[in-house]
Design a protein around this ligand. Structure first.
Ligand code: HEC
Ligand code: HEC
Length: 222
């Protein structure tokens, strides 16, 4: 076979490309979530939960109910390095395009309740975060988070992900990643601008607020 004459990396790429067309019908996304993929991707459930509910305290995000195309986009960006994360990058790289698509569709369709969070944040912190989320910080030219992420943080289409019920630790990690240039794949660098205007206590407050909202409220993910 001609493919044997190619270098190892090229042969692997070839296998993925060949696989993309032929395996699209047969990828069992649930099996990958629960048990990992043959090509080395770890079981998603170990970190993101059996139902994609996430592990809030560890900063492992909730994936259930996110827009399917957003999930695929993030896996592609994590694999290409446009979004850097030492845990997720090798896992994303190990998934074929067909597996990413199947996982996006499967995870988007799950609706588990929020994973429990302990200890609960102070009410006054959540209230400060609510103010930033719903009113913005006009002295800093910061628009309301909900103007892009939708009322109640339910998310808008593929570009503006759902924040309701997302792990506060994860939200804070992302805002830090934009501030420090570790995550740079945001369309038009909208989030780089937003994150640069928030200090640590404002980040903690707005993250606590979005975590406190129900991820399965009426209106849904899309
Ligand atoms: C060892 C733990 C671990 C495993 C296993 C794991 N993930 Fe992740 N995942 C993470 C962490 C940590 C992040 C957050 C990265 C960051 O902070 O940028 C993440 C982020 C993500 C994101 C981005 C979510 C968003 O809102 O942007 C997606 C999508 C994702 N993982 C999918 C998967 C899939 C699919 C699998 C299984 C094939 C998987 N992960 C397995 C730890 C893990
Ligand atoms: C001008 C529009 C806009 C505003 C305002 C905005 N965002 Fe975003 N946000 C985005 C876009 C676009 C993305 C998707 C980035 C990507 O695809 O990498 C995003 C992504 C995020 C993510 C990553 C979610 C995930 O699943 O990985 C977090 C966290 C976030 N925003 C928090 C906030 C907070 C908190 C505020 C208010 C302080 C806010 N955003 C205001 C446009 C906006």
């Amino acid at each position: 076979m001609a493919i044997r004459t190619l270098g190892k990396a090229a042969a692997l790429t070839g296998a993925l490309l060949l696989g993309a067309g032929t395996r699209a019908q047969t990828v069992d996304a649930k099996a990958i979530v629960m048990g990992g993929a043959a090509n080395g991707a770890n079981a998603c459930s170990a970190c993101h939960g059996d139902q994609g509910e996430g592990r809030p305290e560890a900063g492992f995000p909730r994936l259930a109910g996110l827009n399917p195309d957003y999930i695929v986009q993030q896996l592609n960006d994590l694999a290409s390095g446009a979004r850097a994360n030492e845990t997720m990058t090798p896992i994303a790289k190990a998934l074929s395009p067909a597996e990413r698509t199947a996982l996006g569709a499967y995870l988007a369709g799950l609706q588990p309740p929020a994973a429990p969070v302990e200890p609960k944040p102070e009410e006054k912190v959540v209230a400060e975060g609510k103010k930033i989320a719903l009113q913005g910080l006009w002295d800093k030219d910061l628009p309301q988070c909900v103007s892009c992420h939708g009322a109640g943080g339910v998310g808008v289409g593929v570009n503006f992900p759902k924040l309701a019920g997302q792990s506060a630790q994860y939200i804070a990690n992302q805002l830090d990643a934009w501030k420090t240039g570790k995550r740079t794949n945001d369309p038009l660098h909208l989030m780089t601008g937003v994150a640069s205007k928030l200090d640590d206590s404002q980040i903690a407050a707005v993250a606590a607020y979005f975590e406190s909202l129900s991820p399965v409220a009426a209106g849904g993910a899309q």
